[in-house]
Design a protein around this ligand. Structure first.
Ligand SMILES: NC(=O)C1=CN([C@@H]2O[C@H](COP(=O)(O)OP(=O)(O)OC[C@H]3O[C@@H](n4cnc5c(N)ncnc54)[C@H](OP(=O)(O)O)[C@@H]3O)[C@@H](O)[C@H]2O)C=CC1
Ligand SMILES: N[C@@H](CC=O)C(=O)O
Length: 363
């Protein structure tokens, strides 16, 4: 039976939900996945840091109100997050990075990921910044140190969009991607259609755990811009920078606009897309589009997202599922840990993994 010791960097909605999954389902993981998970370090801007190499007792932490959690005064605890020291020095197998996404330079998450990989630790992250802005460099760094860099949750939360493209669409030429890739803005557009004003809808999306720490990124399209970069770079080999992806968000759409569209048989959606040009380069954009009701993306509602892959042999293949949500995104981290386990135990019998994946998804 293997065991992975985890260092959780950032203890907000997603990493807390991962800790809940570990606390609630740890025995099942052991039985069905063939490994156990133990949290040996947690760092958080507000709570500080907590280290116990024998395994942190998660129950009292999860019983505390998120805003009231403080590690100072606990054995192994400090008011200081001590990220660099924890990531480099605490003997964890996997560093789970889930601090806020910074669309400008990816920091501080980018440094967290670099420190972890340089220390020979695997990394799982849901943070879009490092993946979109420095994905190639980080994959190279991981390879140099013989560790994995996994980031399934960086696009479409727990819905396995990247692994679907990389593992299940092999042999096809993917010529473009198009999709709804932000749960918050899609949820908000639905609320606008119901007559709710933007600020109220944003607050509701924050309460539901969909929104970024700064929801401007959801509303102005920057979150989708990063996701389009990740998809285009991973699936189309594009090497896009942020300035290559034109970006308009949904802040200009009013409840009246949304309702007028409905009356004309249209629905406003924030669409991200990337397509290969005849010369081999890739053009990409993010913009609100009033889609006709019969369009495959028009019926995608609430925090659900969808991505259509345009392929040479199959035509369009569309994957749809949760695009945001604390537990849904924590599941992406679990799927990353499973991927690390499979990668480093390639000869093991993996049949039981499929069973637990299906059961976990059903809740
Ligand atoms: N929620 C979702 O549906 C999804 C989220 N993601 C991504 O996952 C990541 C986490 O999301 P989520 O949990 O919802 O976000 P939260 O804002 O709930 O959590 C982030 C946590 O990280 C802490 N933090 C910020 N900076 C640091 C730092 N330098 N060191 C240690 N901790 C820090 C924050 O503390 P404080 O609150 O004090 O600032 C907060 O507790 C984000 O990058 C997000 O983009 C990806 C897919 C879906
Ligand atoms: N804020 C994002 C979270 C997932 O990436 C969203 O709403 O999609």
């Amino acid at each position: 039976m293997g065991r992975y010791d985890l260092a959780l960097i950032g203890f907000g909605g997603v990493n807390r939900a991962l800790a809940e999954l570990i606390a609630a389902r740890g025995d099942r993981f052991a039985e069905e996945l063939g490994f156990t998970l133990r949290v040996v370090a947690i760092t958080d801007l507000r709570a500080g840091s907590l280290v116990d190499t024998a395994g942190i007792d998660l129950a009292p932490l999860l019983a505390a109100e998120p805003g009231e959690l403080s590690f100072a005064g606990l054995p192994g605890g400090s008011a200081d997050p001590r990220n660099k020291w924890v990531i480099r020095e605490v003997p964890a197998d996997i560093v789970v990075e889930a601090t806020f996404t910074n669309p400008n330079d990816g920091e501080p998450a980018l440094s967290h990921v670099r420190w972890a990989l340089e220390s020979g630790k695997h990394v799982c992250t849901t943070n879009k910044g490092p993946v979109a802005l420095a994905g190639s460099e980080l994959k190279r760094l991981a390879a140099e140190h013989g560790v994995s860099f996994e980031f399934e949750g960086s696009v479409l939360s727990g819905t396995p969009i990247l692994r679907t493209a990389q593992r299940l669409l092999g042999g096809l030429e993917i010529t473009g991607v198009q999709g709804i890739m932000n749960g918050t803005s899609n949820y908000i557009l639905g609320r606008l259609e119901e007559g709710v004003e933007l600020p109220t809808a944003v607050t509701q999306a924050q309460e539901l755990g969909y929104a970024e720490a700064d929801p401007t990124a959801d509303i102005e399209g920057h979150d989708v811009q990063l996701k389009v970069m990740i998809l285009a770079n991973e699936v189309l080999g594009a090497g896009l920078r942020r300035e290559d992806v034109s970006c308009t968000g949904i802040s200009g759409i009013t409840p009246q606009d949304a309702q007028d569209a409905i009356s004309k048989g249209l629905r406003w959606k924030l669409v991200g897309s990337a397509a290969r040009r005849p010369d081999g380069t890739v053009e990409a954009r993010v913009a609100p589009v009033a889609l006709p009701a019969h369009h495959a993306l028009a019926g995608i509602s609430g925090p659900v997202n969808a991505v259509a892959f345009h392929t040479d042999l199959l035509g369009t293949v569309t994957v749809s599922g949760p695009g945001a949500g604390r537990t849904e995104t924590a599941y992406a981290l679990l799927s990353d840990i499973i991927a690390i386990h499979q990668h480093h135990h390639a000869d093991d019998d993996t049949a039981p993994l499929h069973r637990v994946l299906q059961e976990t998804h059903r809740g």
